[in-house]
Design a protein around this ligand. Sequence first.
Ligand code: SF4
Length: 75
Amino acid sequence: AADLPALTETDPTAKALGYVEDASKTSDAKHKAGDNCANCQFYSGGATGRGPCQLFPGKSVNAKGWCVSHTPKKA
Ligand code: SF4
């Protein structure tokens, strides 16, 4: 499949959810150490690079990214 266009931090929905390209750069108090898109249940990409997120249809998020809707992947 063709790569999805990258979600940007300036996208209105991304802003609303506090999305950041690098989880280590967020200043949001809701962020827990170690949480990122790669270990979020809404993410379906690989451990590195970019991949789809159910909350941002048609866009790719950064495996190292994060937003306030982060939910740990089920084991
Ligand atoms: Fe990343 Fe999960 Fe937020 Fe999607 S819902 S942007 S995968 S933290």
